[in-house]
Design a protein around this ligand. Structure first.
Ligand SMILES: Cc1cc2nc3c(=O)[nH]c(=O)nc-3n(C[C@H](O)[C@H](O)[C@H](O)COP(=O)(O)O)c2cc1C
Ligand SMILES: *[C@@H]1O[C@H](CO)[C@@H](O)[C@H](O)[C@H]1NC(C)=O
Ligand SMILES: *[C@@H]1O[C@H](CO)[C@@H](O)[C@H](O)[C@H]1NC(C)=O
Ligand SMILES: *[C@@H]1O[C@H](CO)[C@@H](O)[C@H](O)[C@H]1NC(C)=O
Ligand SMILES: CC(=O)N[C@H]1CO[C@H](CO)[C@@H](O)[C@@H]1O
Length: 381
């Protein structure tokens, strides 16, 4: 008798070990990638990636605000064939998640931006190259020709730098210019390793031959006239990144931007702004009929992607998780991060009764206050 129980116990243990093993060797959550990256990266690099400005209230609320939004599932829907496909800036894409512009990918892995761009292509995602990249506009284009690429830049004190970058991006086949508007100065941060700097063997490749001090090129005096000048100087669509208000959204729409990215820079610029997801409905209401509204800041799972889409985002981007994937396994790690998000999004869509993104509507999400009688469904979030 006891022998039989022992055998059963041993079998159970074996099965459990096997299933655990399986989880380990295939799918990791974005949280798992972050934990693994922490072991791989130097403390100062990890801190630089993770940081938020001032007391990190915005950085924290970006994630918390997603948890305050709840999903209302529908059943008796055929969800045997989920489609996440959509269309963004006249391109059909298989799903609505891309890699946002983040500086210096070679801090996380030798293969840097090239690995990230290749991973994006392999997973059907758009790759936005930061102007502060450690691989140049041209290098990324040559190495990842099949990836849809956009180029991000700040507005510089010297317009000829903007002009130079736009010409290079056009020539190299990038499909859009992203102008980051939320960083006229650096958001102040307190760091344990404050002297963090780019290692001497890395360079901000786009600026080579232009200036030795790229960080000092960013303008803190730019106005809407500078954005209009950029719009008149490129044939590519221009997207304003870092918009959080209806006023800001209307200004860039009226200037001629094709789209906006609702973003608070992952809580790295002005601390004390609303979370990005709380800001999204206001921007969608103000300009959603006229221009393309996209989203970033705080996405850590497929449920978050679902919520952003339900609240009116056409497309979303991730920032920090890309570094975590890169640090863990280079291109393969970034592909894993994107794959995890894709699997989770499909899973959440199926479980909530959404066979395609057009089913992921506003009424599928609600703020928790609704259940306390503090909001009527449909009230503004
Ligand atoms: C390490 C790091 C570097 C970044 N560099 C840039 C940049 O060069 N240009 C830019 O527009 N945004 C930059 N961002 C902001 C991201 O584009 C994005 O808004 C933010 O990371 C999204 O939030 P998430 O990290 O929570 O996904 C950076 C973010 C991080 C974490
Ligand atoms: C799933 O839907 C797509 C169109 O959205 C169709 O092309 C495909 O054949 C469908 N697959 C199955 C198994 O029904
Ligand atoms: C830069 O040098 C460090 C060691 O000093 C090394 O670990 C890293 O791989 C180098 N990176 C590149 C891109 O050469
Ligand atoms: C602006 O940058 C260009 C190179 O892109 C350089 O030739 C020019 O001297 C710069 N102007 C100023 C005022 O620094
Ligand atoms: C990166 C990775 O291994 N992804 C796998 C996650 O699990 C699904 C099945 O549940 C596979 O299809 C993916 O390839």
């Amino acid at each position: 008798m006891w022998l039989k129980s022992l055998v059963v116990l041993a079998l159970c243990a074996l099965l459990e070990a096997k299933s655990k093993d399986k989880i380990k060797s295939t799918n990791l959550s974005l949280e798992d990638y972050k934990d693994k990256a922490k072991d791989v990266l130097s403390s100062s690099t990890y801190e630089y990636i993770k940081k938020g400005s001032l007391r990190k209230s915005t950085e924290k609320s970006n994630k918390k605000a997603f948890k305050d939004i709840l999903i209302r599932p529908h059943y008796f829907v055929d969800v045997s064939n989920i489609s996440t496909s959509t269309n963004i800036l006249d391109k059909d894409v298989i799903w609505p998640v891309g890699i946002g512009p983040t500086a210096m990918h070679r801090l996380a892995h030798l293969d840097g931006e090239v690995a990230s761009a290749l991973a994006a292509g392999a997973q059907g995602s758009i790759f936005v190259l930061s102007s502060f990249s450690t691989a140049s506009i041209e290098e990324v284009a040559e190495q990842a020709p099949d990836t849809i690429k956009w180029f991000q830049m700040y507005i510089y004190k010297n317009r000829s730098i903007n002009m130079d970058f736009m010409k290079r991006a056009e020539k190299a086949g990038y499909k859009a210019i992203v102008i980051t508007v939320d960083a006229p100065v650096h958001g102040k941060t307190y760091l344990k390793y404050p002297d963090f700097d780019l290692p001497p063997n890395l360079s901000l490749s786009n600026f080579v031959g232009i200036t030795d001090r790229p960080s000092q090129t960013v303008s803190s005096s730019f106005t809407i006239e500078d954005l209009k000048w950029i719009l008149s100087s490129t044939s590519l669509p221009v997207i304003a990144k870092g918009v959080l208000t209806k006023e800001g959204a209307k200004i860039v729409r009226d200037a001629g931007c094709t789209g906006v990215i609702v973003s608070n820079h992952g809580g790295r610029q002005l601390d004390g702004t609303p979370s990005s997801i709380e800001s999204l409905p206001e921007v969608v209401r103000a300009v959603g009929k006229d221009i393309t509204v996209m989203f970033d800041s705080g996405i850590r799972g497929g449920d978050d992607v679902f919520k952003a889409i339900a609240l009116g985002a056409k497309y979303v981007f991730i920032g920090r998780p890309v570094f975590y994937g890169l640090a863990v396994e280079g291109q393969k790690g970034v592909e894993g991060v994107l794959d995890t998000l894709k699997q989770e999004l499909e899973n959440v869509m199926a479980l909530s009764g959404c066979a395609s993104l057009s089913d992921v509507k506003r009424d599928r999400v609600v703020h928790w206050k609704y259940y306390q009688g503090l909001l009527r469904n449909g009230d503004e979030l």
